[in-house]
Design a protein around this ligand. Structure first.
Ligand code: ATP
Length: 344
């Protein structure tokens, strides 16, 4: 029970990692008849701006992401789906929270450290330090905290990659509560997703990502059977005979097992046992079929929904209205607590 909040960036067509690591879990939460929770899913456009975006493509991606969320099974009559960038309460709260968050805590974020390292590698000739990176890239974990806390959400289903940011959100909520002698914010907890991290098909040391340069590294919701087949066949594995689940020693092979387990909703060690005496060819062939089976129906639905502009606009409007009715109440209380209430 309580409020569940999660978000996804409109940075491209969602991929198998988003599906197994986020969407399937969101749909399960929605369909859990015993749950009384309020579920809120947001397309977080302001987060997309932390990296350079082509404005026309961003607009398309926002639209497509809404279609994608519905096509994977989220029902706008049961859950709130809305565009974060249409609700200014998030940025107002983010500003307030940034005023109680020390810089040192943001510097400890591994996502920030990774960005800094990537930028140093890309500019080996010149001296790169953090003063050259955008401020938004540094402070966006505070905006994430605001996204969650604006709804006083207590449960956040996100992949493993987001765990440290969620810890920061908890820390910020706690600091606010203690500073202003309130229990306004619950300390949001992580809901672990069964398929924690789907890795890149080309570089199984990094996660499958919408914004990775190599398009062969991810399977998209729009990929048809021949594309799925060629991407899985070309997936990086190893030359060790037999199949074992060993994420550290055999990341590529283990990633295929994780994908197969995720697509068939089975335990990964049970799947691994079935393939002990088989080879990579058989494993890849079975992964292709399992991915196609999983994505076939949502793909068809997505291709249909993308064209239904009026319907999508109405879903977005109604979701925004419901979201704001909650966040406005939180913001009114926050303003009162910090001494910035509107005058009567
Ligand atoms: P980008 O590459 O643009 O940063 P992304 O593909 O990493 O995007 P997000 O929009 O940041 O995806 O994340 C949306 C949700 O999908 C989050 O809950 C995140 O944890 C989950 N997710 C993203 N990538 C993966 C992955 N490879 N495996 C499992 N879950 C993932």
């Amino acid at each position: 029970c309580g409020t569940v909040f999660s978000g996804i960036q409109p940075t491209g067509i969602p991929h198998l990692g988003n599906y197994l690591g986020a969407f399937s879990n969101w749909v399960k939460l929605q369909n859990d008849a015993s749950s009384q929770s309020q579920l809120i899913f947001s397309i977080v456009g302001w987060h997309a701006l932390t990296l350079p975006q082509n404005p026309k493509e961003l607009l398309h991606s926002r639209h497509d992401m809404l279609a994608a969320l519905i096509s994977v099974g989220l029902d706008p009559s049961k859950v709130i789906i809305f565009h974060q960038d249409q609700n200014p309460d998030h940025v107002e709260l983010a500003w307030i929270l940034s005023c109680i968050t020390p810089i040192g805590k943001l510097r400890r974020m591994t996502t920030w450290k990774a960005r800094l390292a990537a930028s140093r590698n890309a500019n080996a000739e010149s001296e790169v330090d953090e003063s050259m990176l955008n401020t938004g890239l540094f402070t966006y974990p505070i905006l994430q905290a605001a996204d969650i806390l604006a709804y006083r959400a207590n449960l956040v289903p996100v992949g493993e990659d987001q765990q440290q940011h969620l810890e920061l959100s908890r820390d910020i909520a706690d600091t606010f509560n203690r500073t202003y002698h309130t229990d306004l914010f619950p300390l949001p907890q992580h809901i672990i997703t069964p398929s924690k991290r789907i890795l890149s098909l080309k570089d199984p040391t990094s996660k499958m990502s919408k914004s990775a340069v190599d398009v062969q590294s991810r399977i998209l919701l729009t990929d048809e059977y021949p594309q799925i087949r060629s991407k899985i066949r070309a997936a990086v594995t190893d030359s060790i005979a037999g199949i074992t689940y060993d994420p550290a020693g055999r990341p590529g092979t283990s990633n295929l097992l994780t994908i197969l387990a995720g697509c068939t909703d089975t335990n990964v060690s049970d799947v691994a046992k079935r393939y002990e005496t088989k080879g990579h060819g058989q494993l890849k062939a079975d992964v292709v079929e399992a991915v196609e089976e999983l994505l076939k129906a949502p793909r068809t639905e997505f291709n249909k929904l993308r064209g239904e502009t009026k319907y999508l606009a109405s879903v977005s409007e109604s979701g925004l209205g419901k979201a704001r009715s909650i966040s406005q109440r939180t913001l009114a209380e926050v303003r009162r607590l910090i001494g910035l209430s509107r005058m009567p």
